[in-house]
Design a protein around this ligand. Structure first.
Ligand code: PHE
Length: 449
Protein backbone atom coordinates (compact mmCIF):
# COMPACT_ATOMS: atom_id res chain seq x y z
CA UNK A 1 0.00 0.00 0.00
CA UNK A 2 1.44 3.37 -0.92
CA UNK A 3 1.25 6.22 1.57
CA UNK A 4 -0.89 8.23 -0.85
CA UNK A 5 -4.45 7.19 -1.40
CA UNK A 6 -5.16 5.18 -4.55
CA UNK A 7 -8.20 3.87 -6.35
CA UNK A 8 -8.39 0.17 -5.71
CA UNK A 9 -9.42 -0.77 -9.24
CA UNK A 10 -9.83 0.46 -12.77
CA UNK A 11 -13.59 0.39 -12.50
CA UNK A 12 -13.41 2.19 -9.16
CA UNK A 13 -11.57 5.05 -10.81
CA UNK A 14 -13.94 5.21 -13.79
CA UNK A 15 -16.97 5.30 -11.52
CA UNK A 16 -15.50 7.90 -9.16
CA UNK A 17 -14.33 10.17 -11.98
CA UNK A 18 -17.61 9.71 -13.83
CA UNK A 19 -19.33 10.52 -10.54
CA UNK A 20 -17.41 13.76 -10.43
CA UNK A 21 -18.29 14.56 -14.01
CA UNK A 22 -21.94 13.59 -13.79
CA UNK A 23 -23.65 16.19 -11.68
CA UNK A 24 -26.20 18.93 -11.68
CA UNK A 25 -24.48 20.20 -14.82
CA UNK A 26 -25.59 17.11 -16.73
CA UNK A 27 -29.01 16.58 -15.30
CA UNK A 28 -30.21 20.11 -15.34
CA UNK A 29 -27.78 22.12 -17.45
CA UNK A 30 -27.56 19.89 -20.49
CA UNK A 31 -31.24 19.07 -21.17
CA UNK A 32 -32.44 22.63 -21.31
CA UNK A 33 -29.53 23.73 -23.44
CA UNK A 34 -30.51 20.96 -25.82
CA UNK A 35 -34.10 22.14 -25.89
CA UNK A 36 -33.32 25.77 -26.52
CA UNK A 37 -30.46 25.17 -28.95
CA UNK A 38 -31.89 23.05 -31.71
CA UNK A 39 -32.41 19.61 -30.09
CA UNK A 40 -30.24 16.88 -31.52
CA UNK A 41 -28.15 19.50 -33.35
CA UNK A 42 -26.86 20.65 -29.97
CA UNK A 43 -26.20 17.06 -28.93
CA UNK A 44 -24.04 16.56 -32.02
CA UNK A 45 -22.04 19.73 -31.44
CA UNK A 46 -21.66 18.83 -27.80
CA UNK A 47 -20.39 15.35 -28.64
CA UNK A 48 -17.91 16.80 -31.06
CA UNK A 49 -16.65 19.41 -28.63
CA UNK A 50 -16.31 16.93 -25.83
CA UNK A 51 -13.93 14.89 -27.93
CA UNK A 52 -12.19 17.78 -29.66
CA UNK A 53 -11.76 20.08 -26.70
CA UNK A 54 -12.70 18.57 -23.37
CA UNK A 55 -11.24 15.07 -23.72
CA UNK A 56 -7.72 16.35 -24.63
CA UNK A 57 -7.73 18.60 -21.57
CA UNK A 58 -9.04 15.79 -19.41
CA UNK A 59 -6.08 13.73 -20.62
CA UNK A 60 -3.71 16.57 -19.78
CA UNK A 61 -5.04 16.69 -16.22
CA UNK A 62 -4.96 12.93 -15.71
CA UNK A 63 -1.44 12.57 -17.12
CA UNK A 64 0.05 15.48 -15.19
CA UNK A 65 -1.63 14.26 -12.01
CA UNK A 66 -0.44 10.69 -12.31
CA UNK A 67 3.08 11.75 -13.19
CA UNK A 68 3.44 14.26 -10.37
CA UNK A 69 1.55 12.22 -7.77
CA UNK A 70 0.30 15.40 -6.21
CA UNK A 71 -2.24 18.21 -6.30
CA UNK A 72 -2.35 20.78 -9.13
CA UNK A 73 -0.22 23.48 -7.42
CA UNK A 74 2.62 21.08 -6.63
CA UNK A 75 2.23 19.20 -9.92
CA UNK A 76 2.54 22.23 -12.19
CA UNK A 77 5.64 23.26 -10.25
CA UNK A 78 7.09 19.82 -10.67
CA UNK A 79 6.75 19.70 -14.44
CA UNK A 80 8.25 23.16 -15.01
CA UNK A 81 11.95 23.29 -15.71
CA UNK A 82 12.22 27.04 -15.06
CA UNK A 83 11.61 29.02 -11.90
CA UNK A 84 9.16 31.34 -13.66
CA UNK A 85 7.20 28.29 -14.77
CA UNK A 86 7.17 27.02 -11.20
CA UNK A 87 5.83 30.29 -9.81
CA UNK A 88 3.12 30.60 -12.46
CA UNK A 89 2.26 26.91 -12.04
CA UNK A 90 1.87 27.19 -8.31
CA UNK A 91 -0.26 30.32 -8.68
CA UNK A 92 -2.50 28.60 -11.21
CA UNK A 93 -2.84 25.58 -8.90
CA UNK A 94 -3.86 27.77 -6.00
CA UNK A 95 -6.25 29.67 -8.20
CA UNK A 96 -7.84 26.36 -9.25
CA UNK A 97 -8.14 25.44 -5.60
CA UNK A 98 -9.88 28.72 -4.79
CA UNK A 99 -12.19 28.34 -7.80
CA UNK A 100 -13.24 24.79 -6.96
CA UNK A 101 -13.88 25.82 -3.34
CA UNK A 102 -16.13 28.61 -4.58
CA UNK A 103 -17.89 26.24 -6.97
CA UNK A 104 -18.52 23.92 -4.03
CA UNK A 105 -19.85 26.81 -1.95
CA UNK A 106 -22.69 27.49 -4.41
CA UNK A 107 -23.11 23.86 -5.45
CA UNK A 108 -23.80 22.90 -1.81
CA UNK A 109 -26.58 25.48 -1.63
CA UNK A 110 -28.27 24.12 -4.75
CA UNK A 111 -27.76 20.54 -3.59
CA UNK A 112 -29.32 21.53 -0.26
CA UNK A 113 -32.45 22.57 -2.15
CA UNK A 114 -32.51 19.10 -3.69
CA UNK A 115 -32.50 17.49 -0.24
CA UNK A 116 -35.24 19.87 0.89
CA UNK A 117 -37.34 18.79 -2.10
CA UNK A 118 -36.77 15.10 -1.24
CA UNK A 119 -38.12 15.77 2.24
CA UNK A 120 -40.96 17.79 0.83
CA UNK A 121 -42.13 14.77 -1.17
CA UNK A 122 -42.09 12.73 2.04
CA UNK A 123 -43.97 15.34 4.10
CA UNK A 124 -46.58 15.52 1.34
CA UNK A 125 -46.99 11.75 1.38
CA UNK A 126 -47.61 11.76 5.14
CA UNK A 127 -49.82 14.82 4.96
CA UNK A 128 -47.69 17.45 6.73
CA UNK A 129 -48.64 20.23 4.38
CA UNK A 130 -47.28 23.10 6.45
CA UNK A 131 -43.85 21.53 6.69
CA UNK A 132 -44.06 20.86 2.98
CA UNK A 133 -44.68 24.47 2.26
CA UNK A 134 -41.75 25.58 4.39
CA UNK A 135 -39.42 23.11 2.68
CA UNK A 136 -40.01 24.52 -0.77
CA UNK A 137 -40.14 28.18 0.16
CA UNK A 138 -37.00 30.20 -0.31
CA UNK A 139 -35.74 31.25 3.14
CA UNK A 140 -32.39 31.87 4.74
CA UNK A 141 -33.05 29.29 7.48
CA UNK A 142 -34.04 26.58 5.04
CA UNK A 143 -31.13 27.34 2.75
CA UNK A 144 -28.66 27.26 5.63
CA UNK A 145 -29.94 24.07 7.22
CA UNK A 146 -29.91 22.03 4.03
CA UNK A 147 -26.69 23.44 2.71
CA UNK A 148 -25.00 22.49 5.98
CA UNK A 149 -26.57 19.05 5.88
CA UNK A 150 -25.28 18.45 2.36
CA UNK A 151 -21.83 19.77 3.29
CA UNK A 152 -21.68 17.41 6.29
CA UNK A 153 -22.49 14.48 4.00
CA UNK A 154 -19.72 15.55 1.63
CA UNK A 155 -17.16 15.96 4.42
CA UNK A 156 -18.04 12.65 6.03
CA UNK A 157 -17.25 10.83 2.78
CA UNK A 158 -14.05 12.71 1.92
CA UNK A 159 -12.59 12.31 5.41
CA UNK A 160 -12.58 8.54 4.91
CA UNK A 161 -10.08 8.73 2.10
CA UNK A 162 -9.80 7.80 -1.55
CA UNK A 163 -10.70 4.13 -1.66
CA UNK A 164 -12.77 3.86 1.55
CA UNK A 165 -14.62 7.14 1.09
CA UNK A 166 -14.72 8.53 -2.43
CA UNK A 167 -14.47 5.26 -4.37
CA UNK A 168 -16.73 3.25 -2.07
CA UNK A 169 -19.51 5.84 -2.07
CA UNK A 170 -19.26 6.55 -5.78
CA UNK A 171 -19.58 2.86 -6.56
CA UNK A 172 -22.63 2.66 -4.32
CA UNK A 173 -24.32 5.79 -5.58
CA UNK A 174 -23.63 5.77 -9.33
CA UNK A 175 -25.48 2.50 -10.08
CA UNK A 176 -28.42 3.88 -8.08
CA UNK A 177 -28.30 7.02 -10.16
CA UNK A 178 -28.43 4.99 -13.35
CA UNK A 179 -31.34 2.85 -12.14
CA UNK A 180 -33.31 5.90 -11.02
CA UNK A 181 -32.79 7.82 -14.22
CA UNK A 182 -33.74 4.89 -16.45
CA UNK A 183 -36.86 4.14 -14.37
CA UNK A 184 -37.94 7.76 -14.56
CA UNK A 185 -37.38 7.86 -18.32
CA UNK A 186 -39.54 4.77 -18.77
CA UNK A 187 -42.27 6.17 -16.55
CA UNK A 188 -42.34 9.63 -18.12
CA UNK A 189 -42.31 8.23 -21.66
CA UNK A 190 -45.46 6.30 -20.89
CA UNK A 191 -47.36 9.50 -20.10
CA UNK A 192 -49.40 11.49 -22.53
CA UNK A 193 -47.58 14.37 -24.19
CA UNK A 194 -44.15 12.72 -23.94
CA UNK A 195 -43.90 12.01 -27.66
CA UNK A 196 -43.86 15.72 -28.49
CA UNK A 197 -40.91 16.00 -26.12
CA UNK A 198 -39.07 13.15 -27.82
CA UNK A 199 -39.58 14.94 -31.09
CA UNK A 200 -38.22 18.23 -29.73
CA UNK A 201 -35.21 16.31 -28.42
CA UNK A 202 -34.40 14.03 -31.29
CA UNK A 203 -35.19 16.01 -34.42
CA UNK A 204 -32.17 18.18 -35.14
CA UNK A 205 -32.72 21.76 -36.14
CA UNK A 206 -29.60 22.41 -38.18
CA UNK A 207 -30.39 26.06 -38.70
CA UNK A 208 -29.09 26.66 -35.17
CA UNK A 209 -26.01 24.52 -35.39
CA UNK A 210 -23.42 27.10 -36.33
CA UNK A 211 -24.61 30.08 -34.35
CA UNK A 212 -21.91 31.41 -31.99
CA UNK A 213 -24.34 31.14 -29.10
CA UNK A 214 -24.79 27.44 -29.60
CA UNK A 215 -21.06 26.80 -29.92
CA UNK A 216 -20.25 28.77 -26.81
CA UNK A 217 -22.96 27.15 -24.75
CA UNK A 218 -21.82 23.72 -25.85
CA UNK A 219 -18.19 24.48 -24.98
CA UNK A 220 -18.98 25.89 -21.57
CA UNK A 221 -21.20 22.92 -20.86
CA UNK A 222 -18.52 20.43 -21.91
CA UNK A 223 -15.98 22.13 -19.68
CA UNK A 224 -18.09 22.31 -16.56
CA UNK A 225 -19.49 18.88 -17.13
CA UNK A 226 -16.12 17.13 -17.26
CA UNK A 227 -15.01 19.00 -14.09
CA UNK A 228 -12.08 20.53 -15.96
CA UNK A 229 -9.56 23.22 -15.13
CA UNK A 230 -9.78 23.24 -11.37
CA UNK A 231 -7.54 20.28 -10.55
CA UNK A 232 -10.28 17.76 -9.75
CA UNK A 233 -9.40 15.38 -12.54
CA UNK A 234 -5.73 16.06 -11.92
CA UNK A 235 -5.92 14.88 -8.32
CA UNK A 236 -8.07 11.88 -9.31
CA UNK A 237 -5.43 11.13 -11.93
CA UNK A 238 -2.79 11.11 -9.22
CA UNK A 239 -4.64 8.24 -7.53
CA UNK A 240 -4.60 6.00 -10.64
CA UNK A 241 -2.28 3.04 -10.52
CA UNK A 242 0.75 3.34 -12.86
CA UNK A 243 -0.21 0.07 -14.51
CA UNK A 244 -3.42 1.50 -15.95
CA UNK A 245 -3.88 2.77 -19.48
CA UNK A 246 -5.05 6.30 -18.79
CA UNK A 247 -5.91 7.06 -22.40
CA UNK A 248 -8.68 4.48 -22.23
CA UNK A 249 -9.69 5.40 -18.70
CA UNK A 250 -10.11 9.04 -19.72
CA UNK A 251 -12.16 8.06 -22.76
CA UNK A 252 -14.44 5.90 -20.61
CA UNK A 253 -15.08 8.77 -18.21
CA UNK A 254 -15.92 11.14 -21.06
CA UNK A 255 -18.26 8.55 -22.58
CA UNK A 256 -20.12 7.96 -19.32
CA UNK A 257 -20.47 11.71 -18.82
CA UNK A 258 -21.95 12.17 -22.28
CA UNK A 259 -24.12 9.08 -21.90
CA UNK A 260 -25.72 10.34 -18.68
CA UNK A 261 -26.22 13.83 -20.13
CA UNK A 262 -28.04 12.30 -23.09
CA UNK A 263 -30.14 10.15 -20.75
CA UNK A 264 -30.99 13.22 -18.67
CA UNK A 265 -32.23 14.86 -21.87
CA UNK A 266 -34.46 11.85 -22.50
CA UNK A 267 -35.97 12.45 -19.09
CA UNK A 268 -36.30 16.21 -18.77
CA UNK A 269 -37.45 17.19 -22.26
CA UNK A 270 -40.28 14.67 -22.52
CA UNK A 271 -41.20 15.54 -18.88
CA UNK A 272 -41.56 19.19 -19.88
CA UNK A 273 -43.90 18.29 -22.70
CA UNK A 274 -45.92 16.05 -20.41
CA UNK A 275 -46.20 19.07 -18.12
CA UNK A 276 -47.34 21.15 -21.08
CA UNK A 277 -49.96 18.54 -21.84
CA UNK A 278 -51.16 18.92 -18.23
CA UNK A 279 -51.56 22.64 -18.59
CA UNK A 280 -48.25 23.75 -17.05
CA UNK A 281 -46.50 26.69 -18.72
CA UNK A 282 -43.16 25.57 -20.14
CA UNK A 283 -42.35 28.47 -22.44
CA UNK A 284 -41.25 31.96 -21.50
CA UNK A 285 -43.03 34.98 -22.98
CA UNK A 286 -40.34 35.07 -25.63
CA UNK A 287 -41.32 31.57 -26.70
CA UNK A 288 -38.24 29.79 -25.34
CA UNK A 289 -38.32 26.79 -23.05
CA UNK A 290 -38.03 27.75 -19.40
CA UNK A 291 -34.65 26.71 -18.05
CA UNK A 292 -32.40 26.95 -14.98
CA UNK A 293 -33.90 27.06 -11.50
CA UNK A 294 -37.41 27.83 -12.74
CA UNK A 295 -37.41 24.59 -14.69
CA UNK A 296 -36.23 22.42 -11.82
CA UNK A 297 -38.07 24.08 -8.96
CA UNK A 298 -41.25 25.26 -10.67
CA UNK A 299 -42.05 23.45 -13.93
CA UNK A 300 -41.00 19.96 -12.87
CA UNK A 301 -42.69 20.16 -9.41
CA UNK A 302 -45.87 21.43 -11.11
CA UNK A 303 -45.74 18.35 -13.28
CA UNK A 304 -45.48 16.14 -10.19
CA UNK A 305 -48.43 17.95 -8.65
CA UNK A 306 -50.50 17.38 -11.75
CA UNK A 307 -49.84 13.64 -11.42
CA UNK A 308 -51.79 13.46 -8.15
CA UNK A 309 -50.70 11.01 -5.42
CA UNK A 310 -48.20 9.19 -7.63
CA UNK A 311 -46.54 12.55 -8.23
CA UNK A 312 -45.14 12.65 -4.69
CA UNK A 313 -43.33 9.36 -5.19
CA UNK A 314 -42.02 10.37 -8.58
CA UNK A 315 -40.88 13.66 -7.08
CA UNK A 316 -39.04 11.82 -4.32
CA UNK A 317 -37.21 9.64 -6.83
CA UNK A 318 -36.34 12.64 -8.99
CA UNK A 319 -34.85 14.69 -6.18
CA UNK A 320 -32.99 11.70 -4.73
CA UNK A 321 -31.47 11.33 -8.18
CA UNK A 322 -30.43 14.99 -8.16
CA UNK A 323 -28.97 14.70 -4.66
CA UNK A 324 -26.91 11.65 -5.60
CA UNK A 325 -25.60 13.33 -8.74
CA UNK A 326 -24.60 16.38 -6.69
CA UNK A 327 -22.94 14.36 -3.94
CA UNK A 328 -20.61 12.35 -6.17
CA UNK A 329 -19.51 15.67 -7.70
CA UNK A 330 -19.16 17.59 -4.46
CA UNK A 331 -16.85 14.99 -2.94
CA UNK A 332 -14.53 15.42 -5.91
CA UNK A 333 -14.56 19.19 -5.41
CA UNK A 334 -13.72 18.98 -1.72
CA UNK A 335 -10.93 16.51 -2.45
CA UNK A 336 -8.95 19.27 -4.25
CA UNK A 337 -8.31 21.58 -1.26
CA UNK A 338 -8.17 18.62 1.14
CA UNK A 339 -5.45 16.88 -0.87
CA UNK A 340 -3.52 20.13 -1.09
CA UNK A 341 -3.70 20.60 2.67
CA UNK A 342 -2.62 17.04 3.43
CA UNK A 343 0.29 17.32 1.00
CA UNK A 344 1.46 20.70 2.25
CA UNK A 345 0.88 20.60 5.99
CA UNK A 346 1.06 18.19 8.90
CA UNK A 347 -2.70 17.82 9.15
CA UNK A 348 -4.08 14.35 8.54
CA UNK A 349 -6.98 13.71 6.14
CA UNK A 350 -9.61 13.65 8.82
CA UNK A 351 -8.68 17.02 10.29
CA UNK A 352 -8.06 18.57 6.88
CA UNK A 353 -11.48 17.48 5.60
CA UNK A 354 -13.32 18.97 8.56
CA UNK A 355 -11.26 22.14 8.57
CA UNK A 356 -11.61 22.84 4.83
CA UNK A 357 -15.21 21.67 4.84
CA UNK A 358 -16.01 24.16 7.60
CA UNK A 359 -14.33 26.99 5.74
CA UNK A 360 -16.40 26.18 2.67
CA UNK A 361 -19.57 26.08 4.79
CA UNK A 362 -18.70 29.60 5.92
CA UNK A 363 -18.33 30.63 2.28
CA UNK A 364 -21.72 29.09 1.49
CA UNK A 365 -23.28 30.95 4.44
CA UNK A 366 -21.86 34.20 3.13
CA UNK A 367 -23.52 33.47 -0.21
CA UNK A 368 -26.79 32.62 1.51
CA UNK A 369 -26.85 35.86 3.51
CA UNK A 370 -25.96 37.93 0.44
CA UNK A 371 -27.78 35.81 -2.08
CA UNK A 372 -28.86 38.48 -4.51
CA UNK A 373 -25.47 40.10 -4.81
CA UNK A 374 -23.17 37.12 -4.63
CA UNK A 375 -24.81 33.94 -5.90
CA UNK A 376 -24.95 34.71 -9.62
CA UNK A 377 -21.69 36.59 -9.45
CA UNK A 378 -19.77 33.64 -7.99
CA UNK A 379 -21.26 31.27 -10.57
CA UNK A 380 -20.13 33.37 -13.51
CA UNK A 381 -16.78 34.23 -11.94
CA UNK A 382 -15.96 30.56 -11.50
CA UNK A 383 -17.60 28.70 -14.36
CA UNK A 384 -17.68 31.29 -17.09
CA UNK A 385 -14.36 33.04 -16.53
CA UNK A 386 -12.03 30.99 -14.36
CA UNK A 387 -12.60 27.48 -15.66
CA UNK A 388 -11.76 28.27 -19.31
CA UNK A 389 -8.70 30.31 -18.33
CA UNK A 390 -7.43 27.57 -16.06
CA UNK A 391 -8.03 25.10 -18.88
CA UNK A 392 -5.82 27.29 -21.04
CA UNK A 393 -3.07 27.25 -18.41
CA UNK A 394 -3.26 23.45 -18.28
CA UNK A 395 -2.94 23.21 -22.07
CA UNK A 396 0.10 25.47 -21.97
CA UNK A 397 1.71 23.35 -19.28
CA UNK A 398 0.92 20.05 -21.01
CA UNK A 399 1.76 21.37 -24.49
CA UNK A 400 4.62 23.81 -24.02
CA UNK A 401 6.14 23.61 -20.56
CA UNK A 402 6.30 19.90 -19.83
CA UNK A 403 8.91 18.03 -21.86
CA UNK A 404 7.35 15.81 -24.44
CA UNK A 405 9.56 12.84 -23.62
CA UNK A 406 8.52 12.86 -20.08
CA UNK A 407 4.83 12.89 -21.09
CA UNK A 408 5.48 9.94 -23.37
CA UNK A 409 7.24 8.04 -20.60
CA UNK A 410 4.28 8.63 -18.30
CA UNK A 411 1.72 7.51 -20.88
CA UNK A 412 3.80 4.46 -21.77
CA UNK A 413 3.29 3.12 -18.28
CA UNK A 414 0.16 1.08 -18.65
CA UNK A 415 0.26 1.43 -22.45
CA UNK A 416 3.69 0.54 -23.91
CA UNK A 417 2.45 0.77 -27.50
CA UNK A 418 1.24 4.36 -27.14
CA UNK A 419 4.02 5.85 -29.28
CA UNK A 420 2.63 4.36 -32.46
CA UNK A 421 -1.00 5.05 -31.58
CA UNK A 422 -3.42 7.45 -33.18
CA UNK A 423 -3.73 9.22 -29.83
CA UNK A 424 -0.04 10.08 -29.65
CA UNK A 425 -0.01 11.32 -33.24
CA UNK A 426 -2.78 13.79 -32.57
CA UNK A 427 -2.96 14.71 -28.90
CA UNK A 428 0.37 16.53 -28.24
CA UNK A 429 -0.20 19.14 -30.94
CA UNK A 430 -3.79 19.28 -30.05
CA UNK A 431 -3.29 20.47 -26.48
CA UNK A 432 -0.43 22.64 -27.72
CA UNK A 433 -2.24 24.53 -30.43
CA UNK A 434 -5.84 23.64 -31.17
CA UNK A 435 -7.24 23.64 -27.63
CA UNK A 436 -5.68 26.97 -26.64
CA UNK A 437 -7.05 28.60 -29.79
CA UNK A 438 -10.54 27.25 -29.17
CA UNK A 439 -10.47 28.41 -25.54
CA UNK A 440 -9.19 31.88 -26.41
CA UNK A 441 -11.88 32.33 -29.06
CA UNK A 442 -14.55 31.08 -26.69
CA UNK A 443 -13.33 33.28 -23.88
CA UNK A 444 -13.26 36.29 -26.14
CA UNK A 445 -16.77 35.59 -27.37
CA UNK A 446 -18.32 35.15 -23.92
CA UNK A 447 -16.49 38.05 -22.37
CA UNK A 448 -16.09 40.75 -24.96
CA UNK A 449 -18.28 40.00 -27.94
N1 PHE B 1 -19.02 18.17 -13.37
C1 PHE B 1 -19.87 18.59 -12.34
C2 PHE B 1 -21.31 18.73 -12.86
O1 PHE B 1 -21.58 18.52 -13.99
C3 PHE B 1 -19.46 19.89 -11.74
C4 PHE B 1 -18.03 20.01 -11.31
C5 PHE B 1 -17.27 21.10 -11.69
C6 PHE B 1 -17.42 19.02 -10.50
C7 PHE B 1 -15.94 21.25 -11.31
C8 PHE B 1 -16.09 19.15 -10.09
C9 PHE B 1 -15.36 20.27 -10.49
O2 PHE B 1 -22.21 19.03 -12.12
Amino acid sequence: MSARGQFSSRLGFIIAAAGSAVGLGNIWGFPTQVASNGGAAFVLVYLLLTFVLAYPILMAELTIGRYAQSNMANALQKISPTSLGKIVGKTAGLWGLAVVSLILSFYAIVAGWMIAHCLQAITEIIGWHQASQWLIEFSITRNLIFCILFSLLTISIVCRGVSDGIERWSTRLMPMLLILIVSLILYVSSLEGASAGWEAYLVPDFSKILTPDLLISAMGQAFFSLSLGVGTMLIYGSYINKKENIVLLGASVALVDIGIAILAGMLIIPAMYVALHNGVTIFTDAGELIDGDRLIFTVIPQLFQAMGVAGNYVSLVFFVLMTIAALTSSISMLEVPVAFTIENSKLNRYKASWLIGSIIMLLSSTLIFNFEHLFGFVISLTTQYSQPLLGLVLCIYAGWVWRRNSILEELKQGCPEIESSFFWKIWPNYVRIVCPIIIIVMFYQTTFA
